[in-house]
Design a protein around this ligand. Structure first.
Ligand code: PEP
Length: 251
């Protein structure tokens, strides 16, 4: 059976104290679930949150990293720095990184290689912009993002790869993809993965949906065959809504 995941991307929210509070409430209310639950706080809170998560069922992720191990890259954070803190998952290629900070497919591909080499589990985000969807380019864009990121990597390298389909028009807009739209693209991603790395690899891949996931829409989304969980932004910032999502996700 494929691993199911619900991950919270806190983006640039929460001071260390606020992060402690949120994680404390999530840990207190965490229900029995077969979803792996992951929180991705900002860099500044990772050290403290890693300590709080020790021995718990909650896993730690980070939101970004540089592709070099060290060097003159002012303001950047490397994969070994994150690994040392107990970070397990790394979000790569988030649309805010691609479109606000100008990350190219090539940079994301280098980051993916480094993550794999360092033993971080990559959550590779792919997704089309609204005008790309309207022009019928959704599959083309996603294929380009996937092919470029995975180029030269083997099935073994990518054993821990998680893919997140995050249509840019659904992120932070309150307008989620319909379950049918999500399923259509997830099935496409799985078929592309099958072409690139084989059917067995594709069948075992966790593919998350992200974009305005809330307690009221998670069930219908995760009911779809190829939707294996969610990457949650805004609704992961309160314990009530994040726990609501975990409780209501299709079992
Ligand atoms: C995200 O940033 O990954 C995301 C899905 O955000 P939101 O849930 O707020 O749309």
């Amino acid at each position: 059976m494929r691993k199911k995941i619900i991950a919270g991307n806190w983006k640039m929210h929460k001071t260390v104290r606020e992060a402690e509070e949120l994680v404390g409430s999530i840990l207190k209310g965490l229900p029995e679930t077969h979803y792996e639950v992951v929180v991705c706080p900002p860099f500044t809170a990772l050290y403290r949150i890693s300590q709080l998560l020790e021995g718990s069922r909650l896993k730690l992720g980070a939101q970004n990293m540089h592709y070099e191990i060290q060097g003159a890259f002012t303001g950047e954070i490397s994969a070994p720095m994150l690994k040392e803190l107990g970070v397990e998952y790394i979000i790569l290629g988030h649309s805010e990184r691609r479109h606000i900070f100008g990350e190219s497919d090539e940079m994301i591909s280098k980051k993916l290689r480094r993550a794999v080499e360092t033993g971080l589990k990559p959550v590779l985000c792919v997704g089309e912009k609204l005008e790309e969807r309207e022009r019928g380019l959704t599959e083309k864009v996603i294929e380009r993002q996937l092919v470029s990121a995975l180029e030269g990597l083997s099935r073994e390298d990518l054993d821990d790869l998680v893919v997140a389909y995050e249509p840019v028009w659904a992120i932070g807009t309150g307008k989620n993809a319909t379950p049918e739209q999500a399923q259509e693209v997830h099935a496409f991603i799985r078929s592309k993965l099958s072409e690139l790395l084989g059917e067995e690899f594709a069948d075992s891949r966790t593919i998350l949906y992200g974009g305005s996931v809330k307690p009221h829409n998670i069930y219908e989304l995760t009911k779809e065959e190829d939707v294996d969980g969610a990457l949650v932004g805004g609704a992961s910032l309160s314990a009530e809504s994040f726990l609501g999502i975990i409780e209501k996700a299709h079992k």
